[in-house]
Design a protein around this ligand. Structure first.
Ligand code: AMP
Length: 504
């Protein structure tokens, strides 16, 4: 691997040799100067070389890979209506639906003046419209792994002509248990292809993934791995756990924040906080894995339009969200995983803008704070916050106040999914009434997309059984998906590149 030094961008979009139709789209977007990741990645991707890039969301990485992909596909672009003339040539995999949707929107706008077609497929929504679009043919396919495998099983798409693969936010895909799905998808792709791996951090698992699937990649790093963007001002406020809701309201008011994401560690904590701050006159909505896809999209769209001031989110739901010029994020809870802190504060200070990352730290969260400082290799500014108007975080006020937050450690994190009957019993209580935050009376999470590796939908399974007795993308048993990461990454002593999974 060769390394590219971190350097500020002095490039211009004109110097990459991009087609006029692409330059016009860049102009439409209002981009004048390439961001550092774009300045470094675009020329390398144009040469066809593999890339291993450490770039946080917010650095402009999507254009960094999309623009040269579009350029490289242009010679094959066809205005023919025939699906055969529009095979999938570039595949972009993302960990979450929201990120897939965002990347797809970007790709669509960058390719708008070309005949290239793009489509996005993700779970949680009807497969049929996606199938229709895929059958018509698309050159650039953006997908989450599980739904893509469903389509492969249904034979609505064929990956046999993919020339370029992007693994976007690869670290998060591994975190979310997508490795078996990735492995299965990679086995369906031609061996001769260009692979681009983007990750916020270079963990040992990512390095292993890169060593296995990338060929002599160019390493590009615009921010050191696990570092936080320098244009984000980070402040930690010491505050009693029971004063946190009041602290959030106070920070939003004092700083006149009109658009802020507030992070909570649990889904129930997020719903409750959104409810509580709404009572204080702040327009808020919660997004997390218990919300349906359309509820999450509605909340996100309303937030982007400025109709919602505070979007209260869990880590999984907020992953990859791109909200232009978000002025601040607030950590209501410090995350259990220090890497999530880096991801969270990457929501602000995007593409060179400045931003504030405000974290509330109660006495019981000192360990999490120490872990974060260790990861980012520097101490954070800690201030005491005098909360003028304390607000009970729980509806039941004092009765629950003692355990507030520290039971939150025991509440389900979105990935941990631990059931807490006491917390669940609060859910039937009165709720606010925006369309984004409707009551849930279900006893189980309805949206487990983020929590499990690929299992084909019943429709896909029966179709596959009808059509393909030895389906290439056979479902993997859940026990396998629980294999230790190291084993899946070849820790058992053998490379898994281009090999079938143990069950296949
Ligand atoms: P990303 O890191 O790809 O999610 O991009 C973050 C944001 O930066 C998106 O809103 C992009 O539209 C924006 N962006 C990307 N490239 C540029 C650029 N060269 N100049 C200004 N904004 C950009």
């Amino acid at each position: 691997m060769s390394d590219t030094a971190v350097k500020p961008s002095t490039a211009t979009f004109d110097q990459f040799g991009l087609a006029p139709d692409i330059l016009r789209a860049i102009q439409d977007q209002g981009y004048t100067t390439p961001t550092p990741i774009q300045a470094q990645a675009i020329p390398v991707v144009l040469t066809g070389q593999d890339v291993l890039a450490a770039a946080q969301t917010g650095t402009g990485k999507t254009a960094g890979f999309s623009l040269p992909i579009i350029q490289r596909l242009l010679p094959n672009a066809s205005t023919s209506a025939s699906p055969a003339r529009h095979p999938v040539r570039a595949l972009i995999l993302t960990p979450t639906r929201e990120l897939a949707d965002q990347v797809a929107n970007n790709v669509r706008s960058y390719a708008v003046h070309t005949p290239l077609r793009s489509a996005v497929v993700f779970g949680g929504v009807d497969m049929n419209p996606q199938s229709d679009e895929l059958r018509r043919g698309v050159e650039i396919l953006i997908a989450t792994p599980g739904r893509l495998l469903d389509h492969v099983q249904q034979k609505t798409t064929n990956l046999g002509q993919v020339q370029m693969l992007v693994l976007d936010e690869a670290d998060r895909m591994l975190d979310m248990g997508f490795l078996p799905d990735l492995q299965r998808i990679l086995n369906l792709l031609p061996k001769e292809r260009q692979t681009l791996l983007f990750s916020a951090t270079f963990s040992p698992e990512i390095k292993k993934l890169a060593a296995t699937y990338l060929r002599s990649p160019q390493t590009i790093e615009v921010a050191r791995s696990n570092s936080t963007a320098t244009n984000v001002t980070q402040i930690v406020y010491e505050v009693a756990e029971g004063d946190k809701t009041g602290a959030v309201v106070q920070l939003i008011r004092e700083r006149s924040l009109k658009q802020v994401i507030v992070f909570c560690n649990s889904k129930i904590g997020a719903s409750r906080l959104a409810r509580q701050i709404e009572k204080q006159g702040i327009v808020a909505a919660a997004i997390h894995g218990d919300r349906s896809q359309s509820e999450r999209m509605q909340a996100l769209d309303a937030f982007k339009r400025g109709e919602i001031e505070a979007l209260v989110a869990t880590d999984v739901a907020a992953r990859g969200l791109d909200i232009a010029e978000l002025p601040a994020v607030i950590n209501f809870d410090l995350p259990f995983s220090a890497e999530d802190y880096v991801h969270r504060i990457g929501r602000t200070g995007r593409a060179g803008a400045s931003g504030d990352a405000l974290s509330l730290c109660s006495p019981n969260e000192k360990k999490q704070l120490a872990d974060i400082e260790k990861l980012i290799k520097r101490p954070l500014t800690v201030e005491r916050l005098q909360v003028d108007t304390p607000i009970a975080h729980h509806e039941n006020g004092g009765r629950r106040r003692e355990r507030d937050g520290y039971e939150a450690r025991g509440e389900r994190s979105e990935r941990g999914e631990r059931t807490d009957r006491n917390e669940r019993s609060e859910r039937g209580g009165h709720r606010r009434s925006t369309s984004f935050d409707r009551p849930h009376h279900r006893s189980q999470p309805v949206d487990d997309f983020f929590l499990k590796p690929y299992e084909p939908s019943p429709a896909a399974r029966s179709k596959a059984e009808d059509n393909a007795p030895a389906a290439a993308a056979a479902p993997q048993k859940s026990a396998q998906s629980k294999q230790p990461l190291a084993a899946l990454l070849g820790g058992l002593g053998s490379s898994w590149r281009n090999k079938p999974t143990p069950s296949n």
